[in-house]
Design a protein around this ligand. Structure first.
Ligand code: RIB
Ligand code: CA
Length: 311
């Protein structure tokens, strides 16, 4: 039986890889909807990008437009990585269908309450504003969520926005706090593991050999998105952050995990948005998350290539 999932996203190049992987995995994943949030670029653009990606692969999965700004902080975006459109590089088709009715927060509440208890896995691959607002508006939904699978945070790797904070958590640390405190089972893909998933030239060449239109789209996305990370961090390729969430759903045993109580710094200051893992129980708090700290990168890229090639 396929796993019932919702993908909350701010496309974004790596989000695009994750969405294309998930939409090609219908035997294993029942994608109920895509909900968009402001993050890499403002909400109008993340939503437009989600609609264009859906059009690219002819999917009928509904898209719902979400929050335009974080719960407390002003919106911080990442055009310096993803370009003005949020998906600079590839040519993508214009959407033939629009977003679904209503706000993504209300969709999340209705969809989760309308499903059996613990029946739905929620994938959070952007700032967690929509999910946090839904939990605040209707706390009963937590009993209907099987697991949060989050791309976010960083522990031993340092930050990618500040020296201590990863982008998704930095943009909306208050939302991350609400999600981490929800009591829902949580699996986290932090920068510690996503930085092990760099699209080297050899791995990128496997994407180029995929049939069009997806092959040329993902190659153009990589060509564009790799620039910043290679220049900034000296990486050998663009790290595919968000696809690690989908890979976990499909082949969890390619990862190694550690349990920890994870919290987030919401105080204003140099550690704003930092995620803190209590690996050894020093705080007296029980673990609230399973944190992926290692992955089999060759197995990961074989899976990404296989799934993208199915379109
Ligand atoms: O820090 C990486 C995360 O921030 C990814 O989800 C990327 O898409 C951006 O949203
Ligand atoms: Ca993202």
């Amino acid at each position: 039986m396929s796993k019932r999932i919702i993908i909350d996203t701010d496309p974004g190049h790596d989000d695009a890889f994750a969405l294309l992987m998930a939409l090609a995995s219908s035997d294993e994943l029942d994608v109920r909807a895509i909900t968009t949030v402001a993050g890499n670029v403002p909400i109008d653009k993340t939503t437009y990008n989600a609609l264009r990606l859906r059009e690219l692969v002819g999917s009928d999965v509904p898209v719902y437009r979400g929050c335009a700004r974080p719960m407390v902080n002003e919106l911080v975006t990442a055009e310096y990585v993803h370009g003005e459109t949020g998906l600079d590089g590839p040519h993508l088709p214009e959407p033939s269908r629009d977003v679904g009715p209503g706000h993504a927060v209300d969709y999340l509440i209705d969809e989760l309450l309308g499903a059996p208890r613990a029946a739905t896995t929620v994938c959070l691959i952007g700032p967690m504003t929509n999910m946090a607002m839904a939990l605040v508006k209707e706390p009963r939904i937590s009993a209907h969520i099987a697991e949060f699978v989050i791309m976010g945070g960083s522990f031993k790797e340092g930050g990618n926005v500040t020296p201590t904070a990863e982008f998704n958590v930095y943009v909306d640390p208050h939302a991350a706090h609400v999600v981490l405190a929800s009591g829902v089972p949580i699996t986290i893909m932090p920068l510690d593991v996503t930085h092990q998933a760099q699209a080297t030239p050899e791995r990128a060449s496997a994407f180029r050999s995929l049939g069009d239109p997806v092959g040329s789209v993902v190659s153009a996305m990589l060509d564009f998105a790799s620039r910043f990370d290679i220049a900034q961090y000296g990486f050998v390729g663009y790290p595919l952050h968000d696809p690690t969430v989908i890979a976990y759903l499909l082949e969890p045993d390619m990862f190694e995990f550690r349990d920890a109580h994870v919290s987030v710094v919401t105080d204003v200051g140099s550690t704003h948005g930092q995620t803190v893992a209590d690996w050894y129980g020093q705080t007296g708090h029980e673990p609230n998350a399973r944190v992926a700290m290692r992955l089999d990168a060759d197995r990961f890229f074989a899976l990404v290539t296989d799934r993208l090639g199915r379109h």
